[in-house]
Structures are given as C-alpha cells and as structure tokens.
Design a protein around this ligand. Sequence first.
Ligand SMILES: [Cu+2]
Length: 130
Amino acid sequence: MQFLKTLFLALLIAGPAFAAQAQTKTKVKTQGAAATEQVQLKTSAVCDMCKARLEKALAYEKGVQEAHLDVASQVLTVSYRPDKTSPTALRTAVQRTGYDADSQPAEPRAYDRLPDCCKKTNAVHGDGTK
Ligand SMILES: [Cu+2]
C-alpha cells in the first residue's frame, strides 16, 4: 500500500509539470505558423520543366518555406516568412529565373538562357508535335 501511495504522490507532483511542458511546446509551434504568409504570383511558366525550375529557384530564396507552381494557371504560390522576405523580393526572384512575375517582365538575360520549349513565345509548346 505504501508503494501505491508513493506512486500517487509522484503523479500528483509530476503531472502538472508535464502539462506545462506540453503547453509551452504547442505555443512555440503556433507562433511559427502565424509568422508564415502566402502570396500568389502570376508567371509565364509553360511546362513541368518551368515548374521544377521555378520551384527550385524559390526554394533557395531567403525566407521561403514552400513554393508550388500550378502549370495550368501559371500561378506560383509561395509560403514565406514576412520577417525575412517580401512579395517584391519574391517577384524579383521569379524575374531572375527568366519568367514574368505579375506585371513585371522576366529579366532578359535569364529568359535567353531558358530552353526554347520554356519560352513564352513558343506557341506550339505542349501540343506534342515537336
Ligand atoms: Cu518549360
């Protein structure tokens, strides 16, 4: 009986400590999520190669947590830390990769380096005749 009493006492003391620890952890996690913002940029991407190129370029960009391009709509969705970067900086990153970002045109030199099939002027792209 003495053993059970001791166990009960131990739980009584340790219980609140565990609860407090769990609470602290949850709070930190919530703060991290709240610090993330999302922006959608209209790009001139045309295919899966563009998608891979843009997503990779943005992944290396400071403050970016996730980048996802929808090829059909050409919309690049970026999750980012507003204390580390901004939509303006993200648009510039897209331009430097060779693609238009919203109303801003691609950087000409980067655009020239793109493979022909990824250039926005390639009208036959994607119809399977090349
Ligand atoms: Cu492409």
